[in-house]
Design a protein around this ligand. Structure first.
Ligand SMILES: [Zn+2]
Length: 122
């Protein structure tokens, strides 16, 4: 059984998703502000830059499909972080593996359900 995500994990995924949303919606100014470290995240909390974990930085924005559907899924994932359901499969409610979330932070389903849905022509 995969472990539940820690607050630190959620914070890191939120940062990734926020950047991904900015990249897809074409809001490059936000990306640049964050790069300079002067950007304020929505919600008002300050970001002392403790995401230097390195390991989450591997997420490559270039691999994102830049389309409306992906943007919608990213926005929904950010909503799920806010309401505490992020990281759970929407189909079977089990936690999604962290490895999978690192590759696809806006994933809605665990790998088993995703495969099943794809087989069924989802
Ligand atoms: Zn599932």
């Amino acid at each position: 059984m995969p472990k539940k995500l820690s607050a630190k994990d959620l914070e890191a995924f939120k940062a990734i998703l926020t950047r991904a949303r900015a990249a897809i919606s074409g809001d490059m100014s936000q990306l640049q502000e964050e790069a300079l470290g002067s950007g304020h995240s929505p919600g008002g909390e300050t970001n002392p830059g403790d995401t230097s974990d390195g390991y989450y930085q591997e997420f490559n924005l270039e691999l994102l499909q830049r389309d409306e559907q992906t943007l919608g899924e990213i926005i929904e994932a950010l909503d799920r972080i806010d309401n505490g359901t992020f990281g759970n499969c929407e189909n079977c409610q089990k936690p999604i593996l962290k490895e999978r979330l690192k590759a696809v932070p806006h994933a809605r389903y665990c790998i088993e359900c995703q495969r099943k849905l794809e087989r069924e022509g989802f």
